[in-house]
Design a protein around this ligand. Structure first.
Ligand code: NAG
Ligand code: NAG
Ligand code: NAG
Ligand code: NAG
Ligand code: NAG
Length: 440
C-alpha cells in the first residue's frame, strides 16, 4: 500500500582498482591543519562484521576493526584516495560496501612574513684575486621574490654573477629559497662596499648586507699568527730555562764577576783584622809535608800575594810563648773565615782547640764561616766533630794537585767565592801558574 519509484544508477566497477573513481568524495585540507578520516556506515552499522581502511588501495594497519579512524595534522604525504570497506554477511554471502575520499593537501593559504636567514650584516674575509660566493637564503611564500642589489654606478661588473635561485618546499608548505652572488677575481673595488640581498612580499621586505674585507683586516688573530706566537713563547721559555741552568752552573764565576764589576768589599766595616784563619796540621812529619807546604806556602802565596787577602797562619804570625789557647781564640774572633786544611791526620790535640773554637764562633755566634779544604781524599769523616757535618757541601773544597794549580782553576775560583768580597789587589808580580808541588 505504499509505492515509490527508484532510479538506480549502476556504475561499472573498476577492475584494476579497489574503488570507482566516479564515486569519490573530495576533500581539500590545508597542510598543518586537522585531518580526520572516519569509516562509518550508520545504515548498516549493526550488520557490519568488520571494516578496513585502504590508502591508494593498500590496507592501513589500524587497530580499530569496527571504525578505523585517522586523526592527525595534515602533511603533504597524506594526500591520496582513502577507501573505507565495510564487510557484511547476508544470506550466506559476503558483501562489501566501499566509500572513498579524495584527499588533497594544499599549502597554508595564510601568508608568512618572509625572513632572510642569518645575521643582517656579514663581514666576509677574502683575498684579492680569489672568488667568493655570497649565499643568501630566505624563508618565504610561493609568490615572494628574492634578489640582489649592489652599487653599479660604474657600469655592471663583469665579474659579478647572480646564480639561479634554488627553491625547496618546507613541510609547512612554505618555501626555502637561496640565491648565490658569485664574485670572481676580487679586486679593490669589491672591498668595503655593500652587497644587499632583499626578499620582498606583499607583507613587506627584508634586507641583509655583505661586506668583503681583506683577510688581514680581520680583527681576530688568524691561525698562522697564533702558531707563530706559540713558537716564540716556547722559545722564550727554553731560553729562560737555559739561562737559569747556565746561571746555576756558572754561579761562582758570575758572583766573582759581579764582585769585580761592582767593586764590592765586605771587609771594610766589620772591624776584623784577618780575612781567614788557616787551621792545619802543625806537626811537620815527612808523610804530611805536602799538606804543610800547601797551608804555609801555597795558600798565602795565592790568596795574599795574588788576590790581596790577609791570612792568619799561627806558625808565621804568632810569636812563640804566651797562652796559646787564648791567643787562638782571639785570632779566630778577628778572622772572617776559618779555613781548615783537612787530612786524615788532622785531628791532633793541637788543632782540636782551633777547631772547637771556630765551630763555636761559626755555629753558635754565627760570626765566622768555615771553609773546608780536603787536601788528601778523606773517605772516613767519623773523626770530625758531629757539628762539622752540618756544613753545607759546597763549603767543602777538594784540592786536586794536577788540576788546581792555575789561578784560573775551579778550586781557586770556588775558594774566592767562599772568601769575603774584597777590592784591594796587589800588583801582579807573580806568574800565572804555580810551581808544581814537589813530588815526594
Ligand atoms: C581528487 O581531487 C583533486 C583535487 O581536487 C582533483 O584534481 C582530482 O581530479 C580528484 N580525483 C578524482 C578521481 O575525482
Ligand atoms: C559475520 O556475521 C555473521 C552474522 O551476522 C556471522 O554469522 C559470522 O560468523 C560473522 N563473521 C565474522 C568473521 O565475524
Ligand atoms: C568487495 O567484494 C567484491 C565482490 O564480492 C570483491 O571482488 C572485492 O575484492 C571486494 N573488495 C575488497 C576491497 O575486499
Ligand atoms: C645556501 O645556504 C643554505 C642554508 O643556509 C643552504 O641550504 C643552501 O644549500 C646554500 N646554497 C648554496 C648554493 O650553497
Ligand atoms: C644596502 O642596504 C643598506 C642598509 O640596509 C643601505 O644603506 C644601502 O644603500 C643599500 N645599498 C644598495 C646598493 O642597495
Amino acid at each position: 500500500n505504499y509505492t515509490q519509484k527508484w532510479k538506480l544508477n549502476v556504475i561499472r566497477r573498476n577492475k584494476h582498482s579497489c574503488f570507482t573513481e566516479r564515486q569519490v568524495t573530495s576533500k581539500i585540507v590545508e597542510v598543518k591543519k586537522f585531518l580526520q578520516i572516519t569509516c562509518e556506515n550508520s545504515y548498516y552499522q549493526t550488520l557490519v562484521n568488520g571494516t578496513s581502511l585502504y590508502k591508494n588501495c593498500k590496507k592501513l594497519p589500524l587497530e580499530n576493526n569496527k571504525n578505523p579512524t585517522i586523526k592527525k595534522n595534515a602533511e603533504f604525504e597524506d594526500q591520496g584516495y582513502y577507501s573505507c570497506v565495510h564487510f557484511l554477511h547476508h544470506n550466506g554471502k559476503l558483501f562489501n560496501i566501499t566509500k572513498t575520499f579524495n584527499i588533497t593537501i594544499v599549502e597554508d593559504r595564510s601568508n608568512i612574513v618572509p625572513v632572510l636567514l642569518g645575521p643582517k650584516l656579514n663581514h666576509v674575509a677574502v683575498e684579492l684575486g680569489k672568488n667568493v660566493r655570497l649565499n643568501c637564503s630566505a624563508l618565504l611564500n610561493e609568490e615572494d621574490v628574492i634578489y640582489w642589489m649592489f652599487g653599479e654606478e660604474n657600469g655592471s661588473d663583469p665579474n659579478i654573477h647572480e646564480e639561479k635561485e634554488i627553491r625547496i618546499m618546507t613541510p609547512e608548505g612554505k618555501w626555502h629559497a637561496s640565491k648565490v652572488l658569485r664574485i670572481e677575481n676580487i679586486g679593490e673595488s669589491n672591498l668595503n662596499v655593500l652587497y644587499n640581498c632583499t626578499v620582498a612580499s606583499t607583507g613587506g621586505t627584508d634586507t641583509k648586507s655583505f661586506i668583503l674585507v681583506r683577510k688581514a683586516d680581520m680583527a681576530d688573530i688568524p691561525g698562522h699568527v697564533f702558531t707563530r706566537g706559540m713558537i716564540i713563547a716556547v722559545l722564550i721559555l727554553v731560553a729562560v730555562v737555559c739561562l737559569v741552568t747556565v746561571c746555576v752552573i756558572y754561579r761562582v764565576d758570575l758572583v766573582l764577576f759581579y764582585r769585580h764589576l761592582m767593586r764590592r768589599d765586605e771587609t771594610l766595616t766589620d772591624g776584623k783584622t784577618y780575612d781567614a784563619f788557616v787551621s792545619y796540621l802543625k806537626e811537620c812529619r815527612p808523610e804530611n809535608g805536602e799538606e804543610h807546604t800547601f797551608a804555609v806556602e801555597i795558600l798565602p802565596r795565592v790568596l795574599e800575594k795574588h788576590f790581596g787577602y790577609k791570612l792568619c797562619i799561627f806558625e808565621r804570625d804568632v810569636v812563640p810563648g804566651g797562652a796559646v789557647a787564648d791567643e787562638i781564640h782571639s785570632l779566630i774572633e778577628k778572622s772572617r773565615r776559618l779555613i781548615i786544611v783537612l787530612s786524615k791526620s788532622y785531628m791532633s790535640n793541637e788543632v782540636r782547640y782551633e777547631l772547637e773554637s771556630g765551630l763555636h764562633e761559626a755555629l753558635v755566634e754565627r760570626k765566622i764561616k768555615i771553609i773546608l779544604i780536603e787536601f788528601t781524599p778523606v773517605t772516613d769523616f767519623t773523626f770530625l766533630p758531629q757539628s762539622l757535618k752540618l756544613l753545607k757541601s759546597h763549603r767543602v773544597l777538594k784540592w786536586k794537585a794536577d788540576k788546581s794549580l792555575s789561578y784560573n782553576s775551579r778550586f781557586w775560583k770556588n775558594l774566592l767565592y767562599l772568601m769575603p768580597a774584597k777590592t784591594v789587589k796587589p800588583g801582579r808580580d807573580e806568574s800565572e801558574v804555580l810551581p808544581v808541588l814537589s813530588e815526594s
